[in-house]
Ligand binder design. Structure first.
Ligand code: HEC
Ligand code: HEC
Ligand code: HEC
Ligand code: HEC
Length: 196
């Protein structure tokens, strides 16, 4: 009987230690959207190409606000879509969070950033540390995406037509067929390799 009480005591102690170990150990980092502002903390340097400013000056950073414009509202009223800024059909190509299939977001993330860095490069919580970013294979291993013509075509298709009904893969407001070379020229944001 005495040994049995010892056994209960040690079993209890073991369970307690296991509980404490789990409670105190850092949890494995989860994957979430950090928001473009966070990327800009490192990618806003003039002598390294200031990717943040180039993006901010591009139409991509306006993609969400465009859904609030009178022309978006007029089209939607005609097509029996309630609010374009709440409609997942429109949001899918006009915001980061409805395009990527990662639902977790940091407190810094804001839907109004439109098509942000992470729409093209993947949710950034795991690859953002600088030591990972500097190594291409680690960047990719941690969920980073380099971006290419194929990914543009998820949102840029052949031209749309404002008279048509909205379909999932064509924007009624896309006036020209997508041409990768000229389009990429407008949004490219290289790191300046001449920096010392
Ligand atoms: C802590 C600083 C830091 C943060 C935060 C950061 N980056 Fe980076 N990133 C770097 C550095 C340093 C490099 C390497 C630059 C070079 O090649 O000179 C880099 C490289 C990259 C590359 C090129 C990777 C390759 O191998 O081709 C991409 C794309 C990129 N970053 C996107 C992002 C995005 C998107 C975010 C936000 C989710 C982000 N970065 C956040 C520091 C950072
Ligand atoms: C998540 C969807 C999405 C992806 C991916 C995407 N775009 Fe866009 N792009 C948009 C939206 C939406 C607009 C229009 C924003 C606005 O004006 O409201 C736009 C606008 C543009 C414009 C400005 C229109 C023009 O012709 O002057 C260019 C250029 C462009 N994108 C290039 C690219 C390139 C190049 C890629 C791939 C590297 C790409 N985009 C990937 C959604 C996307
Ligand atoms: C398949 C992806 C996709 C869907 C779905 C989509 N858009 Fe777009 N939208 C784009 C792209 C890409 C552009 C940029 C076209 C260009 O300029 O070449 C754009 C441009 C626009 C513009 C023009 C911005 C400007 O001022 O020039 C408006 C407005 C707009 N979209 C509203 C909407 C509305 C409203 C919906 C939903 C009914 C919607 N879009 C659905 C991808 C999409
Ligand atoms: C519309 C899609 C798109 C958006 C939005 C976007 N990028 Fe990129 N980015 C690309 C593509 C495509 C490349 C070229 C990849 C290649 O050369 O293989 C690239 C390249 C890069 C590189 C590497 C440049 C080099 O010289 O090697 C960095 C760093 C980078 N992006 C950071 C960012 C940051 C930070 C943001 C947001 C402020 C951002 N990108 C927004 C598509 C995008």
């Amino acid at each position: 009987m005495k040994y049995f009480s010892y056994f209960i005591f040690f079993a209890f102690l073991a369970a307690l230690l296991l509980f404490l170990k789990n409670a105190l150990e850092p949890q494995s980092e989860s994957l979430y959207l950090t928001g473009s502002e966070k990327c800009g903390e490192c990618h806003g340097l003039k002598n390294e190409g200031n990717q943040f400013e180039i993006w901010k000056n591009s139409r991509h950073s306006e993609a969400y606000t465009s859904l609030l414009s009178p022309k978006a509202k007029d089209f939607s009223a005609k097509s029996n879509i309630e609010s374009p800024e709440k409609n997942t059909l429109c949001l899918k190509c006009h915001t980061t969070e409805h395009y990527v299939n990662v639902t977790e977001k940091s407190g810094f993330f804001n839907i109004s950033e439109g098509v942000g860095c992470e729409a093209c490069h993947g949710a950034g919580s795991k690859y953002s540390p600088a030591e990972i970013m500097k190594d291409e294979s680690l960047f990719i291993y941690n969920g980073g995406i380099k971006g290419d013509e194929k990914s543009c075509r998820d949102c840029h298709s052949e031209k749309g037509n404002k008279e048509q009904k909205i379909s999932e893969d064509v924007c009624p407001f896309q006036e020209n067929d997508f041409e990768f070379k000229t389009a990429f020229e407008k949004i490219k944001h290289p790191v300046n390799k001449d920096k010392q």
